[in-house]
Design a protein. Structure first.
Length: 456
C-alpha cells in the first residue's frame, strides 16, 4: 500500500493524502462550498488531454501466435499495435534496444512467452519512452524457459534493434558473414548475480533494513512479495540506489513473503530470501456514551506506527473511512470528535499502511437539543435580539436565513461563542425568514423560529 487517504463523507473527496514511500502529506483545509468556474477545468492552450489506460495483455496475447518471427540481428520500426516474435537460442542472450520513433511518447512491452502465455506479468515489463529516448534490455531466457520473446507496441511507434550475445560461460556465437558484428552492450556482459539479506521475521507495516549485493542499476529494486507473485509484481519496494542497507516496508497483512532483488529492465528475479510477517494487536477503550459532535476520550494500545489513527465510524463503513479521526501520535488517551448524527458507532484503531482495522469498540452517540427565541417581527435593517440554548460548541452558530436556504447557508450569522443574547439586524428585503441554531459540525439544523421582516 503506497498511499493512505482520509476521505470526507460530507464532500466525498480525500481531504488528506499521505504517500508512504517518502512520507509526503497533502491536506485540504478551509474548504468552502461555492459554484466553480468551469474554466478552471479546461485544458490550457497548447496542451491536449491524454488518457493512459492499463494495457489489457490478454487481448493482444491472443494475436501472438500469428505474429511474424524475426531472427537477430535486425532493426525494424514497429507501428502501434504491431507484434513480433524472437526465438531464443541455447547459450545466447537477446540484446534488444527500443527507440521512440515518433514525436510523442510510445509504450512497448518485451516479454517471454511459453505455451502461448507470458512467463512474467507483462505490466512489469512495460516501457514508456518520451522524445527520442531509447532503452536497452537483455533477455536471457533459453528455449527451455521460453518459446518466444514477444515485442508488442501499445502506443506510438518504436524502432527495435536486436542482436544475439553470448551468455556468460559460453563460447561467442558465430556472426553471419553478411553482417558485421555489433559491439556488446554493458548490460549484455553485466554480472547478474545478487544477494538479499533481511530478518527472518518482522511485524506488519515495519520499515526494516535489507542488505543487498547485485548489479546496482539505477532502476533495480528490492521488493517484498508473496511467493506466488511474478517477479514484476510486489507488495512494497524500494530502489537500490536509495542505499545499502535499504529501508523497505513490510506488508500490512501477516503471512509468508519474500525479499527479492529485481533487475529493473525486464523485471528479472536475481535473488530472494524468505521473511515471515507477523500480526500485531491493538485495543481501544472509548469513554461514552457521548453527545452529538462532542469529543470522545479514547485510551488505546497498539503498534503506534507513524500515521496510525483512531476513528469514529459507522459499523458498515470500510476500515479506512470515518466520520471523525485523530492520529495516534496525538497522545494516550486522545480525543476524537463524535459524529453529527445520533446513533450507534464504532471507535477503531487503524494501521495506517493499508488502512487495516486492528481493534474496535462500540459507542453510543446521543442527540442534542437547542432553542432560539426571537421577536415575531422586525423592521428591515432594524436591530433585534436573539436568545439561544444549545450545546454551545465553538463552531456552532445562530443564523438568519430564508426558508429555502440549506442549514449551512444564511443571510447573516453569528458564532454562539459570542454569548446569549446576541444582536442581529433585520435583512434589507422584507419577507418571512427563519432564525436558526445550527450545529457547526455537519451543518445540522437543531432549532428554528420564524420572523417577519417588514418594510421600514
Amino acid at each position: 500500500m503506497f498511499v493512505t487517504a482520509w476521505v470526507s463523507d460530507e464532500f466525498d473527496v480525500p481531504l488528506k493524502v499521505q504517500t508512504q514511500l517518502d512520507g509526503r502529506t497533502v491536506e485540504l483545509r478551509n474548504i468552502k462550498r461555492a459554484p466553480q468556474d468551469v474554466g478552471l477545468f479546461a485544458v490550457p492552450a497548447g496542451y491536449k488531454l491524454v488518457t493512459i489506460e492499463p494495457e489489457p495483455p490478454l487481448e493482444w496475447a491472443k494475436q501472438v501466435a500469428d505474429a511474424p518471427v524475426l531472427t537477430p540481428p535486425f532493426e525494424k520500426t514497429l507501428a502501434e499495435g504491431a507484434i513480433i516474435r524472437i526465438r531464443p537460442q541455447a547459450g545466447r542472450r537477446i540484446s534488444l534496444q527500443g527507440t521512440n520513433a515518433g514525436d510523442g511518447s510510445c509504450t512497448f512491452t518485451a516479454v517471454a512467452f511459453k505455451g502461448g502465455k507470458p512467463v512474467d506479468d507483462p505490466s512489469g515489463n512495460m516501457v514508456t519512452l518520451e522524445g527520442r529516448d531509447s532503452v536497452k534490455e537483455v533477455h536471457g531466457e533459453g528455449p527451455a524457459e521460453a518459446d518466444d520473446i514477444v515485442v508488442h507496441v501499445a502506443r506510438g511507434a518504436v524502432t527495435i534493434k536486436t542482436e544475439f550475445v553470448a551468455a556468460p560461460g559460453s563460447a561467442p556465437a558465430a556472426t553471419p558473414a553478411a553482417v558485421a558484428p555489433a559491439p556488446s552492450t554493458p548490460a549484455a556482459t553485466q554480472d547478474l548475480s545478487a544477494e538479499v539479506s533481511a530478518p527472518d521475521s518482522a511485524e506488519v507495516a515495519m520499515c526494516i533494513d535489507v542488505s543487498w549485493k547485485g548489479p546496482a542499476n539505477s532502476d533495480d529494486y528490492i521488493s517484498v512479495a508473496r511467493p506466488d507473485q511474478p517477479p514484476g509484481a510486489f507488495v512494497n519496494r524500494a530502489l537500490v540506489r536509495e542505499g545499502n542497507p535499504l529501508k523497505v516496508w513490510t506488508p500490512s497483512d501477516p503471512g509468508q513473503f519474500e525479499m527479492r532483488y529485481i533487475l529493473g529492465r525486464g523485471a528479472k528475479l536475481l535473488a530472494k530470501s524468505p521473511i515471515a510477517v507477523t500480526a500485531v494487536t491493538a485495543k481501544v477503550e472509548p469513554a461514552g456514551p457521548v453527545n452529538v459532535a462532542a469529543w470522545i476520550e479514547v485510551k488505546w494500545e497498539g503498534p503506534a506506527r507513524d500515521g496510525d489513527y483512531i476513528t469514529v465510524s459507522r459499523p458498515d463503513q470500510k476500515s479506512g473511512a470515518f466520520l471523525g479521526v485523530t492520529l495516534a501520535k496525538e497522545g494516550n488517551p486522545l480525543k476524537v470528535r463524535a459524529p453529527s448524527d445520533a446513533g450507534d458507532y464504532e471507535v477503531r484503531y487503524i494501521l495506517a499502511r493499508g488502512a487495516k482495522l486492528l481493534a474496535k469498540a462500540p459507542i453510543t452517540v446521543n442527540p442534542v437539543t437547542a432553542e432560539v427565541r426571537a421577536p415575531a417581527s422586525a423592521a428591515a435593517g432594524a436591530e433585534f435580539e436573539v436568545q439561544w440554548q444549545g450545546p454551545g460548541y465553538s463552531e456552532d452558530f445562530v443564523s438568519v436565513a430564508r426558508a429555502n436556504q440549506a442549514p449551512g447557508e444564511y443571510v447573516y450569522f453569528a458564532w454562539v461563542r459570542q454569548g446569549s443574547p446576541m444582536k442581529f439586524h433585520g435583512p434589507k428585503e422584507p419577507g418571512t425568514y427563519e432564525v436558526r441554531y445550527v450545529l457547526g459540525r455537519g451543518k445540522r439544523l437543531l432549532a428554528k423560529t420564524t420572523i417577519t421582516i417588514a418594510a421600514p
